[in-house]
Ligand binder design. Structure first.
Ligand code: SAM
Length: 292
C-alpha cells in the first residue's frame, strides 16, 4: 500500500521520517491540507505552513516549499547553464513541479526545453497549488513528456547541451536515476561541450551514496564536480549536485557567462560569486568526494 502522507500528520504537525535520514525527522506545522491522494506512482500531499508557505510532499518526503524552493531550483539549473557558453537544447528529467523549468527559461539562448516527468499528477498538482513554480509550462519553448526519464534518454543521442536531473530520492520511481546506466545514457544524450547536473543528496547524510555515484561519473565523463546549496526544509538543510562535463578540462566552478542585470534582478540565490562558492566543500566532504 505504501506511505500515506496524510497519515504523517499528527496533532497538526507533519513529520518527515525516512530510511535515508535515520534517527531524525523534520516537522512542519500544518495550517491546511490542500490535497491528499495517490497517483499510479506515488502518494501526493499538499499542505500549507505558516513559515514555509505551500509544501509539496511525495511518498512522505518534502519536495518543495514556496518559501525556500528557489535555493534549490536556481542552483541545480544555473550551475550547469552558466557553465555552458550558449545552451540551446535543455532536458529536465523529473522536476514535475516546474521550478527548474522556470529557471531554464531565464536563459535567452534556450530554444527548446524538454521536461520528462514520470508522473502527470505532480505536474497537475503543481499547476493547481504551486503556480509560481509552474510558471513556465505554457512557454512555447517547452515540451512536456510524461515518461520514465531513463527510458527517454536512451532514445535521444547527441541531442542536448544541458541535462538537469531533478529527481526525488533513490527510493521508488527515482531509483533508476541514480544508477550508472542512467549516467551512461546521459553522457550519450549530451552533445560535445554539454553538461549534466543531477540532484546529489546530502553531504551530512549520504557520503556513502555520493562517493560511488561520483566514481561512476568519473568513468563516464572527463570532468566531474560536486557543489551544494542550503535549503532549510531538505534533510539536514543542505543538498548537493553532481555536475559532469562532456569535455575535459572544464572549470565547472567558473561561470562562462554572467546573468544580464535583468536576469540577476530576478534571481534570489544564484550569482556568479555564489556559483564559485558552491564548489568549495567543507574539509570532511572535500576529502570524501575528492579522495574517494
Ligand atoms: N527537488 C526535489 C527534491 O530534491 O526533493 C525533487 C523534485 S520532485 C518534483 C522530483 C520528481 O521526479 C517527481 O515529480 C517524480 O515524480 C519525478 N521522478 C521520479 N522518478 C522519475 C523517473 N524515473 N523519470 C522521470 N521522473 C521521475
Amino acid at each position: 500500500m505504501g506511505i500515506c502522507g496524510k497519515d504523517l500528520i499528527k496533532d497538526g504537525w507533519f513529520s518527515e521520517r525516512g530510511a535515508l535520514w535515520p534517527g531524525q525527522a523534520m516537522s512542519l506545522q500544518v495550517t491546511d491540507v490542500l490535497y491528499s491522494g495517490r497517483s499510479a506512482f506515488q502518494d501526493l500531499l499538499v499542505f500549507t505552513n505558516p513559515t514555509y508557505g505551500t509544501v509539496l510532499v511525495l511518498d512522505g518526503v518534502i519536495q518543495v516549499t514556496t518559501r525556500d524552493e528557489f535555493a534549490y531550483q536556481e542552483m541545480i539549473a544555473h550551475l550547469p547553464l552558466f557553465a555552458h557558453p550558449a545552451p540551446v537544447d535543455v532536458l529536465v528529467i523529473g522536476g514535475g513541479d516546474g521550478g527548474v523549468l522556470r529557471e531554464v527559461l531565464k536563459h535567452p539562448s534556450v530554444a527548446r526545453a524538454v521536461l520528462v516527468e514520470i508522473d502527470a499528477a505532480v505536474v497537475e498538482a503543481s499547476k493547481r497549488y504551486l503556480p509560481a513554480l509552474a510558471a513556465g509550462f505554457d512557454d512555447p519553448r517547452v515540451e512536456v513528456v510524461i515518461a520514465d526519464g531513463a527510458a527517454y534518454m536512451a532514445d535521444h543521442v547527441d541531442a542536448y547541451d544541458v541535462i538537469i536531473t531533478d529527481s526525488s530520492d533513490p527510493i521508488g520511481p527515482a531509483e533508476v536515476l541514480f544508477q550508472p546506466p542512467f549516467y551512461a545514457a546521459m553522457a550519450r544524450s549530451l552533445r560535445a561541450g554539454g553538461l549534466a547536473c543531477c540532484q546529489g543528496e546530502c553531504m551530512w547524510l549520504h557520503l556513502d551514496l555520493i562517493r560511488p555515484l561520483l566514481s561512476a561519473c568519473r568513468r563516464l565523463f572527463p570532468t566531474v564536480g560536486y557543489a551544494y546549496t542550503a535549503v532549510p526544509t531538505y534533510p539536514s538543510g543542505q543538498i548537493g549536485f553532481v555536475i559532469c562535463a562532456k569535455d575535459a578540462g572544464v572549470d565547472l566552478a567558473t561561470p562562462r557567462r554572467a546573468p544580464s542585470a535583468a536576469v540577476q534582478g530576478r534571481l534570489r540565490y544564484y550569482s556568479p560569486p555564489v556559483h564559485a562558492a558552491a564548489f568549495v566543500l567543507p574539509e570532511f566532504a572535500r576529502r570524501a568526494v575528492e579522495e574517494g
